[in-house]
Design a protein around this ligand. Sequence first.
Ligand code: SF4
Length: 450
Amino acid sequence: MALKALDIYKMLPKKNCKECGYPTCLTFAMKLAAGKADADTCPYLDDATKQILRGATRPPIQLVKLGVGERSVPVGDEIVLFRHEKTFYHPPGILFSVSDLWEKERIVAAAERVMAEVFPRVGENLRFNGVAIRNESRNPEAFGKAVAAVEEVAEFPEVLISDSAEALASGLSFCGNYRPVIHAATLDNHEAVAPLAKRFGCPLVVRARDLGDLARLAKACTDLRVRDLILDPAPATLGEFLIRSTAIRKRAIDRSEPELGHPVYLDATACVPEEAAIVTGILKYAGVIVTSVLPPGTARMVLTLRQNIYTDPQKPIQMTPGLYRVGEPGPDSPVLATVNFSLTYFTLLGYLEASRIPCHLLIVDTEGFSVLTAVAAGKLSEKLIKESMERFQVAGQVKHRILIIPGYAAPLSGRIEEVTGWKVLVGPRDAADIGEFLEKEWVAKNQPAP
Ligand code: SF4
């Protein structure tokens, strides 16, 4: 049963000595209750108390790492049912499915696409995470060859899909030290498949349609000392996935059925329509989603949705403050200042690029607030503009001393001139008008003005 922060606090030494890295015992208790701290870091707790706290404060959903190295993907370790309560932390790994019935070239092409394809969006590079190889031939040798074909180009997470322990062993023999996910242990085969997961140190998917069976299977595999588990509730329809995945998440979060405290697996190719299944999986708790090799438009939609759902709703997406170059600006090019709210930056950037007028773009740290909000909340000030101009050495980049600020920052213009000594031009309120503004106020007037 989960303990609340105050219950935990009562068990702590209350020395407030900070040795755990937190300023007070109460802060430490709150972190423990949220599953974000480890009882071992307080040196004054006895073993019995640590054990109670570990059991009651471990994350309700186990963290499982798919793959190893740079492209590895942590999934699970979520602590809420709804995104507005806190945030979702670990986006699902999305893997393209290939078959051991395919020609080698087709398998390699899918794997190469996953390796190479990147969709840049609001400062992040979005990509698919790996490949799931299906043993549709039911032939261990053919399965081994298909895994070997992926291994030739792969440095990303893989799922080996077969109900045959022999075929899985054949595939695993080509994976070296890599840790593919094994799919799946069932009530019928888990005694043969679970030892493979243990021997190769791989995460193991357990699969059953009934949630009671799924919990029993997870417990049986844990008892066989498999460390990392993923749950496949084997839905035949989208509705079944939604109902089962939600039930698993609820029971894991309220710890009423701790055996279900593992990430959830979704084979979206088994549901119709597949796109709706992928969307449901992203929204409703899947930790691993296997899809067909998606066309580019659908691929972009899926990755965009995942990015949106797995951003913290309480924190706007932010740009790193700095002085950015748009085109090839020179010493006579205009200097524009704006906030570090990503949407503002990318919208403005698009219109600046379309204007084909090279410029310097100063992004100041308003903690992700938009211009209007930042001005109203005092996050955008003449002091911040001055500090940012000095920090990013704006004066060294241009011969003139003219700064263009956003239209909504007009109330600051006088004060900015006072503290910086630069002349301020108030730009348009709408980024869409920036091209016309620069043409009229900069190019036509042959700025910089004397
Ligand atoms: S180390 Fe222990 S006693 Fe010290 S502040 Fe942290 S929880 Fe309190």
